[in-house]
Design a protein around this ligand. Structure first.
Ligand SMILES: Cc1cc2nc3c(=O)[nH]c(=O)nc-3n(C[C@H](O)[C@H](O)[C@H](O)COP(=O)(O)O)c2cc1C
Length: 152
């Protein structure tokens, strides 16, 4: 709360957002008190009029619904590991105002064009995540490149 308030005071609440990842096991995190911590945090954040809250959703649907209800403005939802159709359905149900994608965007530099065309997606290579060199970050082919067309 101190950090978020400090940033919002400095640059404006409307230009400040926060990402939370309740229960994520990344980096060996073990979190067993998500139902206490996150509703309390979001309840305190709610009056600050931030631009958005970004939630990485790891599967606790009950917690997600509770956070949605407690959050008054834009909720960005990263439904980790889910397919695009499932993510889009969160817009239809109102669970999310915006859906976000991580590895899908990483692996598909032309993701909007692929989605628009109903084209297949490159699958992300987890072995190249979180380190190494440019491999797995800037060398996934565009649809044009995959089909042997010159992107120009
Ligand atoms: C290479 C890579 C780097 C990431 N770095 C961060 C990070 O710095 N902070 C963070 O909160 N999440 C980070 N993530 C997690 C993603 O934002 C996202 O939550 C995760 O990949 C699951 O969602 P997805 O299925 O849309 O990829 C990273 C993911 C990848 C693949």
């Amino acid at each position: 709360m101190e950090v978020v308030s400090g940033v919002a005071d400095e640059i404006g609440a409307g230009r400040t957002g926060l990402r939370i990842s309740p229960g994520t096991p990344l980096n060996d995190i073990e979190e067993h008190d998500t139902h206490d911590v996150y509703p309390a945090l979001v309840g305190e954040l709610a009056p600050l009029n931030l631009a958005y809250l970004h939630v990485m959703h790891g599967g606790d649907d009950e917690l997600l619904r509770e956070l949605r209800q407690a959050w008054p403005s834009a909720l960005l939802l990263n439904r980790a590991g889910a397919g695009l159709d499932t993510r889009v359905s969160d817009l239809d149900t109102g669970l999310a105002d915006v859906i976000t994608v991580g590895s899908m965007a990483l692996a598909n530099p032309d993701l909007p064009a692929r989605v628009r065309a109903g084209a297949p997606l490159n699958q992300p290579d987890r072995a190249t995540f979180y380190g190494g060199d440019h491999h797995g970050y800037t060398d996934y082919p565009t649809l044009d490149a995959s089909q042997g067309h010159d992107a120009a």
